[in-house]
Design a protein around this ligand. Sequence first.
Ligand code: LLP
Length: 439
Amino acid sequence: MWSRNITFSNGEVSLAGIPATQLAKEFGTPTFFLDEDAFRSRAISWRDGLVKEFGDKAGHVFYASKAFTCTAVAHWISEIGIGIDVSTGGELAVALAGGVDPSMIEVHGNNKSLSEIDRAVSIGVQTIVMDSLYEIDRVAEAARKHGKRQQVLIRLTPGIEAHTHESISTAHEDVKFGFSIASGAAWTAVEKIAQLPELELRGVHCHIGSQIFGTEAFEIAADRLLEFMARYRDAFGAELPELDLGGGYGIAYLENEKTVEPSDVLPTIGKAVRAACAKFSLSMPTVSIEPGRNIVGPTMFTLYEVGTVKDVVIEDGSIRKYISVDGGMSDNARTALYDAEYFACIAQRSSVSPSVKSRVVGKHCETGDIIIRDIQLPSDVVPGDLIATPATGAYGRSMASNYNHVPRPPVVAVIDGKARVIVRRETEADLLALDVAKM
Ligand code: LLP
C-alpha cells in the first residue's frame, strides 16, 4: 500500500530485500530509506499517464522538488525526462547540479529574489510563474538585461476551498499566492504583461492545495482557468497555449488509505479540460502538472531506534505508552504542523504481545514533538527496538531542521538489493562549522 518493494508488517520491515536490522546496522538511525525503483516508476507513470490522456497536448510533468530533492533525485528526474519545479535558488542549484536542462525547469515562488530571477532568466529556464505585479517588472527587467524574451505563466487563484489542512490549501481567496480571478487582480496582471515585450505570456497556472483526494477541485479549477483563457482570447484575439494545473495528488499515510494513481485522476481532469474547451470554444491547450508528494512520498520510510519507553497515566485514568525515538519533529515536522497521521511498526522482530495505546515521540525539548499522536503498538516495545514509519518521503527530509542542534538524518537509496547514501548524515562538525565567531 505504500511502496511495493517495502514490506511493513510487525517483525519484518525490509526494503528491496534488505532487512531493517541490516539497514540500521550499516547506516545508523534515524535514517530515511528511499526505494529508488518505486521513485522512478512513480515518476514514469505520471509522465506516461499525461501522454496517454493528452497525447500531443501533454505538456510536462514538473516534479515539485520542494517535496524532496537532492542531486541524485534531480539526476533521476532528468534521466526519466520529466521537468522539475523549483521555488527557490537552492532548489534551482540542486536541479542544475543533478544535470537538469534549464529548458525543463519551471520557477515558482511568491517572493523570488532579484538574484533568483536574474539567474533563472540568464540560464534560460523554460517558464517563470508570475506571482505578483512587482515580479512582472522584475522578470521583464532581467530579460531586458540578458537580451531575452522570457516565457511566463500567471498563477491564478481560482477561489476554491480544497478539502485539506488550511496550511496546505492554496487556492481560496485569502492566501499569499497568485492573482485572484474574482478580484480582478489576475486581469491586471495580464494587461501588465501584455505591455512588456520582454515577456511572452504562455498560459495560466494554479495549484489548489496538497494531499487532495477526488477530482472535483481539479475539475472546477480547470473550468475557471479555461474561462479566464477565453476572456483573454476575447480581449487579445489570440489563445494562450498552456494550462498548468499544479500538484496536490494525495497519498496513503495510514494502512487503510489509498494513494492516488495517475489513472485515478488524469482521465477525469482530461474530460473536464475538454468539456471546458468546448464550452468556451477554445482549442485544447497543452496540459502540465506538478506532482511532488505523490511521486516521492510513498517511496521512503524513516527508521528510528527506541531510546526510552514510559507508561503515563492520562486524564481518563488509562495508560498511554510514550515511545521515544532518536529523531522527532526535526525530521518529521508534519505531525506538529498539520496534525498529520502516520503508521508505525516494530521493524526488526515480531511481537505477539497485545497492542496498547501508544504515542511515538521524539527527543526534542517540547511536548509537541510528536511523530504519531495515537497508535496501537505491542505492549512489549523496549529500548533498542527499531521503529519504521512509512510514507515519510514528501516534506520529511525537505522540512527537516536542526532544532536542539540535532544533525539531520541521511537519505539512503536502495535499488536491486544495493543500498547507497545519496545525502549523508549531518555531523556536529557540520553544525559547528557555521559558528564562525568564537566570541
Ligand atoms: N506546485 C506548486 C506551485 C506548489 O506550491 C506545490 C506544493 C506543488 C506543486 C506540489 O504539491 P504536492 O503534489 O506535493 O502536494 N509542507 C506541506 C506541503 C506544502 C505544499 C506546498 N506546495 C506538507 O508537508 O504537507
